[in-house]
Design a protein around this ligand. Structure first.
Ligand code: ADP
Ligand code: MG
Length: 701
């Protein structure tokens, strides 16, 4: 009888009758399961309870525990989003984008709808948005339009341990807002254990700990210092790949796009040569300006029989967590800004990281299993040469734009501002001087009309961060941008000179840097000819960049045109994006960008000079340049269209200085010395420009 029953049931199933309906778990269901496995999950309810009782909480948990992706969702799930948006700040653009995309996926919505992000030059939010990720700089800007942040019910200041300049300023501002807005919940979230300092600063706020689940990580040091850490990292990747079992991926910390691309190319080449002798290596670069389609690749599961190698900047230290990493290769370096208050110069350079950062990096190897960390420096160097902790950015940066912003928020007495670590007074004084020279403050230290508009026009993040990431210079180059406010000032005064449209194109191109042009080894001559074509008609590098943009725009942004003219289409598109954003800003600040005379080179260069008057040099008798005020010897960079000009212009304005063998001016344009007195009277007197009036440059021929 039993067999009869079996037969019947088989028949029924075959006929599609009573069989149980089954299907594999969908991707989304798997994601939901994953959420429950995160270290933060068991603490969800405790955390929400704690937040009910406390207005401010300091949240501490290892990287990868789920702070960034889960906490905003928890708040949303229990209804905070009905009272206002839930905001979460990130120090890095890529992190804001990537995390928002992930959370949208977890919530099964489109990014930009319920979950969105806003970063400079890209606003991916809508009226529906209830969870908003953003860079710390963007939240700072919001204070200008909404000083009480009333559209938010909760704010998470994430990655607080990074102590970026913007995060530090936010601390002071949100602390103040929380005092008069009792309904605003504030979460200060950090990946390191030194939470006491945050707690103390926020009036002894409670600390909520998510216990970590860390596996042991074995640390290895090199016996002797490495001369070339990029090369050493490549060798180490291959060594690990060949000698270690295939069950763990590799994470390499490098300092920027250039290094990452180099390492990527060399690894691709060497593995190709080795062919099937070794298992497949999946190479995944990640840095600030990697197109977002490619960013997603680092999170993809490693195929069977292969190993993933993530080549990352500091972004993978705490902002992004990549599962499956078992080996970390730490070069021990990072790109950092540093500021010299005496010269007023800010530079971005490759610097050794701190012990704390090295330990964070090592920790990335032990998230899911015991791991190994290979430090490409010696144990002696770790103990004796690395600082114990990273210095907060506020102590090593140009404060110009921050001072301007605080001024426009009505904070007049900067010395009384509640800084967690106050910047040295001379840095503040230097910033006040620069702002005065730029015409942003009057002689009583009050904000002027131009200053107010400049505060709305901050091109600083674009220039100092985006630019340098894009820059393809070798890693020992130091870049300097004198005042982060210069490009903004240029745009604002261009209205007076009636060349806004031109200046917008020029500044957008400058923001992309020299990487606009490419120069393939086998076609150097063609490439140089194409570039010099843009220089015809004069005006130096700035106007060449403008012509390049304009011609491209006239072809309706044709990729073919770029190809023919040795111009990088991808970077040109970036310039176009930046330009669109700037145009939007112009509308907001009511700068009229319609009136323009495209051929008035003098007007354009005057506007440039109004922003960059610090960056001027004059030709000396010896045939070399020297900066006008500081009298430093500087040289025209060989990539400049003016490099081979005869005769050389007697006076020039430059965009930035780069250190290699000498101090090179990059992006150089000719100016008239009289403009300086006319345009920047707070900075130049007749005596600064006099001798050139009497002595004209000899015409060499
Ligand atoms: P924390 O902020 O505490 O460092 P996160 O919330 O960023 O932790 O990460 C929690 C988990 O979400 C990690 O395991 C991480 O791998 C995963 N995750 C984050 N972003 C992505 C993504 N874009 N794709 C896949 N997994 C992700
Ligand atoms: Mg995080």
């Amino acid at each position: 009888r039993q067999s009869k029953k079996d037969e019947e049931s088989v028949k029924a199933i075959e006929e599609g009758g009573d069989a149980l309906e089954m299907r594999p778990a969908t991707k989304h269901e798997k994601i939901l399961e994953g959420r429950k496995k995160l270290p933060v999950y068991p603490y969800r309810d405790d955390f929400l309870m704690a937040l009910k009782d406390h207005q401010v909480l300091v949240l501490v948990g290892e990287t990868g525990s789920g702070k960034t992706t889960q906490i905003p969702q928890y708040l949303h799930e229990v209804g905070y989003s009905e009272l206002g948006k839930i905001g979460c700040t990130q120090p890095r653009r890529v992190a804001a984008m990537s995390v928002a995309t992930r959370v949208a996926e977890e919530m099964n919505v489109r990014v930009g709808h319920e979950v969105g992000y806003s970063i400079r030059f890209e606003n991916c939010t809508s009226k529906k948005t209830v969870i908003q990720y953003m860079t710390d700089g963007m939240l700072l800007r919001e204070f200008l339009t909404e000083p009480d942040l009333k559209s938010y019910s909760a704010l998470i200041i994430d990655e607080a341990h990074e102590r970026t300049l913007h995060t530090d300023i936010l601390f002071g501002l949100v602390k103040d807002v929380a005092r008069f807005r009792n309904d605003l919940k504030l979460i200060i979230s950090s990946a390191t254990l030194d939470a006491e300092k945050f707690s103390k600063y926020f009036d002894d706020a409670s600390i909520f700990m998510i216990p970590g689940r860390m596996y042991p990580v074995d640390i290895y040091y090199t016996i002797a210092p490495e001369a070339d850490y990029v090369d050493a990292s490549i060798v180490t990747v291959l060594q690990i790949h060949i000698s270690q079992p295939l069950d763990g991926d590799i994470l390499v910390f490098l300092t920027g796009q250039e290094e990452i691309e180099t390492a990527n190319e060399i690894l691709a080449h060497r593995t190709k040569v080795l062919g099937s002798k070794i298992a497949e290596l999946v190479l995944c670069p990640i840095y600030a300006n990697l197109p977002s389609e490619q960013q997603a690749k680092i999170f993809e599961k490693t195929p069977k029989g292969a190993r993933k190698v993530v080549l990352a900047t500091n972004i993978a230290e705490t902002s992004l967590t990549i599962d499956g990493i078992k080996y970390v290769i730490d070069t021990g370096f990072n790109k950092e800004t540093s500021f010299n208050a005496k010269t007023g110069m800010e530079s971005l350079m490759v610097m050794p990281i701190s012990q704390a950062a090295a330990n964070q990096r090592a920790g990335r190897a032990g998230r899911t299993q015991p791991g190994k960390c290979f430090r490409l420096f010696t144990a002696y160097s770790f103990q004796n040469e690395l600082d114990p902790n990273t210095t907060p950015e506020i102590l090593r940066t140009n404060m110009c734009n921050v001072v301007l912003m605080l001024k426009s928020l009505g904070i007049d007495n900067l010395l009384a501002f509640d800084f967690m670590d106050a910047p040295p007074p001379e840095t503040l004084i230097r910033a006040l001087e620069q702002l005065y020279a730029l015409g942003a403050l009057n002689d009583r230290g009050e904000l002027t009309k131009i200053g107010r508009r400049m505060a709305e026009f901050p091109l600083d993040p674009m220039l100092s961060k985006l630019r340098t990431e894009l820059d393809r210079s070798p890693h020992n180059v130091i870049l300097m941008v004198c005042s982060p406010l210069s490009p903004g000032k240029t745009v604002i005064v261009s209205e007076k000179y009636q060349c806004v449209s031109e200046v917008l194109s020029t500044v957008s191109m400058l923001s992309i840097g020299t990487s606009v042009f490419y120069r393939p080894k086998e076609k150097k001559v063609h490439a140089d000819t194409a570039r010099l074509n843009f220089a015809r008609g004069g005006g130096g590098d700035h106007i060449s960049l403008l012509r390049c943009y304009r011609e491209w725009a006239e072809t309706d942004f044709s990729p073919q045109w770029c190809f023919e003219n040795f111009v990088q289409v991808r970077n040109m598109r970036k310039a176009r994006d930046v330009r669109e954003q700037l145009e939007g800003l112009c509308e907001r600040v009511e700068v009229d960008h319609t009136m323009s005379d495209p051929d008035n080179i003098e007007a354009i260069l005057k506007a440039i000079t109004a922003g960059f008057f610090y960056n001027t040099a004059r030709l000396g008798k010896s045939g070399d340049y020297e900066t006008v005020k500081q009298r430093r010897a500087v040289y025209i960079h060989p990539s400049s269209v003016l490099a081979k000009e005869e005769p050389l212009p007697a006076w020039v304005v430059y965009f930035e200085l780069a250190f290699t063998s000498k101090e090179f001016m990059r992006q150089v344009a000719p100016i008239e010395p009289q403009w300086l007195v006319e345009i920047a009277p707070h900075f130049y007197q007749e005596s600064d420009v006099q001798d050139s009036k009497t002595k004209k440059m000899p015409k060499s021929k």
